[in-house]
Design a protein around this ligand. Structure first.
Ligand SMILES: [Zn+2]
Length: 108
């Protein structure tokens, strides 16, 4: 058994989502909360840091990949794109062509 990730305080919904995702990939895992287990209900669940543990240590690298791909998309820089006007290849972080000024997506 190995701890995969500690979520932020109140991150139970996120922990549940990732748990589902990892289990769908065939890796058994559980959400644990050490604080809760030691105080036996004295602390509301929402004030604890949920931890996601995988049951089989050998699943760790794959589970980590699943976790990472879940965590990253919101920050990932999009793919580069080709300017429809001049054909220049533009890096994903730019929304308009640096060469001719055309926007990546013309507003309808
Ligand atoms: Zn251009």
């Amino acid at each position: 058994m190995r701890k995969l990730f500690t979520f932020n305080i109140g991150g139970n919904a996120q922990a549940g989502l990732v748990k589902d995702l990892i289990e769908k990939n065939g890796m058994p895992c559980v959400i644990r909360n050490d604080q809760l287990s030691t105080t036996l209900g004295g602390v509301p669940f929402t004030e604890c840091y949920p931890e996601l543990w995988i049951l089989n240590d050998q699943d760790y690298p794959t589970a980590k990949e699943v976790l990472d791909s879940w965590l990253i998309p919101r920050n990932r820089v999009s793919d580069s794109w080709e300017c429809p006007n001049c054909g220049e290849t533009i890096e994903g972080q730019f929304t308009s062509c640096w060469k001719c000024g055309r926007a990546q997506k013309e507003l309808a």
